[in-house]
Design a protein around this ligand. Structure first.
Ligand code: NAI
Length: 276
């Protein structure tokens, strides 16, 4: 259902890799709601070519960027302002990657060069984006910036390894830049802490299926799908949430505030009765 919530708004969406990507769904919803935007992803991801389909569907220009490289981000922000014809009203940071997770390193064996890469790609890139946006004065007043996070920033999920620290940094950057850009430009900056979602980044985590099922059974509403995350992002980009800033917003079907659920009690009762 489209309500023209983003009519006339200009945006930049980072991180649409394929149809499963959360950023892909956000782009589709923003398009339905009347926004125009630039799509950006790492040159390596571009070579897979799928983003061209999305660009065509949404009539969106693509500007490649390695989000760890400030010069690349400068080109994205200046190019977006030029191609879209004015300052940027919304930005989605939907970027995450851990070489340690990719290589199957557990928490006790992290490679520190890769740890730094994880932080650079998944967290400092958010800082670099906001830094470039401010320096270029590329954001419109009352603009909105959203980064995607995960509850491992607050609670220990060992298989999430160094991404847990990256998400904690990401959320902290949202608070600090939220304060700064709120004062300077009335721009809001938030993170959305999303349920486990079956995407390339998500399913790359060891034990993903187990914590997907666990979260789904624990959450009274079940896991929030990527499409619902896109709806939430649209609401945060819209003028209906102009005073929400510096928050880490849980979009998790109630997972983060549930102790135990009937579904989990039933499952554990069955498992322990088999053991007895
Ligand atoms: P995805 O794999 O579709 O998206 C990750 C994106 O990061 C890809 O488009 C990839 O090309 C991009 N990327 C990696 N390195 C980059 C670089 N150097 N420069 C620019 N882009 C780069 O997976 P998903 O799940 O859509 O991930 C999006 C965001 O959502 C990430 O921040 C992830 O941590 C977060 N998230 C995902 C959850 C899940 O279970 N899938 C749960 C909670 C948060």
């Amino acid at each position: 259902m489209a309500n023209n919530l983003l009519a006339g708004k200009r945006g930049i969406i980072f991180g649409a890799l394929n149809e499963q990507s959360i950023a892909w769904k956000v782009a589709q919803r923003c398009h339905q709601e009347g926004a125009t935007f630039v799509l950006s992803n790492a040159p390596l991801a571009m070579r897979m070519g799928e983003i061209n389909k999305l660009a065509e569907e949404c009539s969106a220009p693509i500007i490649p960027a390695d989000a760890t490289v400030v010069e690349d981000l400068e080109k994205v922000f200046s190019g977006a302002v030029e191609q879209l014809g004015g300052k940027i009203d919304f930005v989605l940071h939907s970027i995450g990657m851990s070489p340690n997770i990719r290589k199957g390193k557990h928490y006790g064996e992290l490679n520190y060069d890769w740890f730094q890469k994880t932080l650079d790609i998944s967290a400092l890139s958010f800082h670099k984006m906001l830094h470039v946006a401010e320096k270029q004065d590329a954001l419109a007043e009352w603009g909105s910036v959203v980064g995607l996070s995960y509850i491992a920033a607050q609670r220990a999920f060992l298989d999430y390894t160094d991404m847990s620290q990256a998400k904690a940094v990401l959320e902290s950057i949202a608070r600090s830049y939220g304060q700064r850009l709120g004062q300077l430009k009335k721009v809001r900056v938030n993170t959305v802490s999303q349920s486990p979602t079956k995407t390339t980044a998500g399913t790359g985590i060891s034990g993903f299926d187990a914590f997907y099922e666990y979260a789904d059974r624990l959450s009274p509403l079940g896991n929030a799908p990527a499409e619902a995350c896109a709806d939430y992002c649209v609401s945060l980009f819209s003028d209906l949430t102009r005073y929400v800033t510096m928050q880490n917003l849980m979009h998790d079907g109630g997972f983060s505030t549930t102790g135990i659920s009937e579904a989990m009690v039933d499952l554990l009762t069955q498992a322990t009765s088999k053991e007895a």
